[in-house]
Design a protein around this ligand. Sequence first.
Ligand code: DMJ
Length: 674
Amino acid sequence: MYSAAAAATASPPRRDFISVTLSPEEAVGAGGYNNSKAWRRRSCWRKWKQLSRLQRSVILFLFAFLAVCGVISYTSMGEPWKSLTNKSLDDERMEAGIPGLKLANPAVLPAPQKADAKQGDYSEISPQKPPKPPHARRGPPNLQIKPPRRDVKLKTHHDSSRVAEEPVQVDKEEKTEKSVISWRGAVIEPDQSTEPPSSKIKEPEKPSSVEVEDQKEPVPITERQMAVIEAFRHAWKGYKDFAWGHDELKPLSKSYNEWFGLGLTLIDALDTMWILGLKEEFEEARKWVETDLVFDKNVDVNLFESTIRILGGLLSTYHLSGDSLFLEKAKDIGNRLMPAFKTPSKIPYSDVNIGRGTAHPPRWTSDSTVAEVTSIQLEFRELSRLTADEKFQKAADEVMKHVHTLSGKNDGLVPMFINTNSGQFTHLGVYTLGARADSYYEYLLKQWIQGGKKENELLEDYMRAIEGVKKHLLKRSQPKKLTFVGELAHGHFSAKMDHLVCFLPGTLALGAHNGLTADHMKLAEALIETCYQMYAQVETGLSPEIVHFNLHAQKGHKDVEIKPADRHNLLRPETVESLFYMYRFTGDKKYQDWGWEIFQNFNKYTRVPTGGYTSINNVQNPSNPEPRDKMESFFLGETLKYMFLLFSDDIDLINLDKYVFNTEAHPLPIWAPA
Ligand code: DMJ
């Protein structure tokens, strides 16, 4: 055996390695086995003394090295433990409702309703995941502005039985997307999910979510967002001072305009206040809804307008706030709108008397507008999901199925009118993406997204229509070669484009984001540039209602020409809406900058000092834009909301994989994919 002593006396060839071995004899000692503590101590000490100085130094160095390693690994393992401990502490405090801890935006957790597997008229809705226990505060999201501390008060309004649910199954959805395509490159497979929609809705749905995301660091709001909040407050001040509870503010005459007599601006603005974090204003408006919003009124309302603004506004506010008051009101108006569908063709009438339960077409015709009858589906379908009453969805879906089968389309493009008796398109031969047809195209895509991308007829109609747009309506202007969407009337192309068409770049981008073809995104990029130019080439920097594009270069002429009858601006949202989508999907800051320019021009030319904003008559006259004395409800419902979202870098502030906006900018949950 090689002993320690021998090792000490031998001179090793290499000094960087020393082997220390104790022989059994030495270990046991002459006296045989003795395991007493004193003996062991003595024996160790003797051995230690027998070691050379070098050996001792090496051993001491090894011990020291091991000790240092131990300390380092302990501290690095400690961090995760520390953060775990902190997280659970935070969670506990959130559960306890202690304010001011975590600031976050509303998380949308789509909670699709159970539906049976039978074939039928309905989009299949995947089963709901078991709810998580509530652990977050309700109330408008805290966006790092200094909001009034009214959480507790707000909470009392909310249905505390409402609970959060599992997040949308993004992973699954991503897998589905892969089998479709991507705007980053791929091919569409139209038959990939032919699953039939289920026919029965079994139980009422819960709000998508009002929960705060536990893990997420708050994204600070930007200065531009602060400016939007200021603008909203200014508009709201005018409404509150001069038009409270009425449909629209007339800011110059300090009065109001009544359309349906249902507090249209207030309802349209509810979810905007929630998203902007305006708790005080929200609560005040909520009180009005609770005590003053009465639908039992002998009044004719337009089915489409009241669906997208009132029903849509109430449903989205219910989803954001979890407050059952809004669902009750949504049910009430939903039921009162149903008589509109009692027509020979089941294509709804344009007008309903919500007090009497009667419906009728406009006095001069039995036609309805195509965009109107095909842009109420997101809301009625969601109402069915929430109430477990299938009648809403059934009525709305029948319209789409019927329109899907109709002749009279031109490569997927639809005429502008449809007859409520025959169910056929009328006034054939005129095709536009503007007024009276616009949101038909928007809702094809959005219903497909809402339903979990399974209703292939909707997708087919959408894809075909976009091909129709490319084939018949796209042209380039001079001198800047802007791509624009014109109109077709009985085979004649017109270079006329409504500002309303500017919803299209956003919709195309949304489709591309959801797996549709890359050239939709390319087209979106070209069209949003055009929509921006519709502002930038005008004297006030604000777009007119309609432009005509120059097809031939003429000295001294811009791309955009404006006719005297078209030079008004109604504070419309479409361009800002599309800028929002484009920024979300590309991250290109130029879209924010363009939106900021537009925002500043709204402030410059449409802001009324005593409160409110006004539509104007002449975007070409900066010294006198001729205020019209009317603030449309969509300025608060849509324009300022999209401005605020455009200037945000928080993709979870209405996450587009969880919410789909209705055509009035009211976010509704995407039903989780099966
Ligand atoms: C809004 O009511 C909706 O966006 C609708 O789809 C079109 N018109 C206005 C806004 O311009």
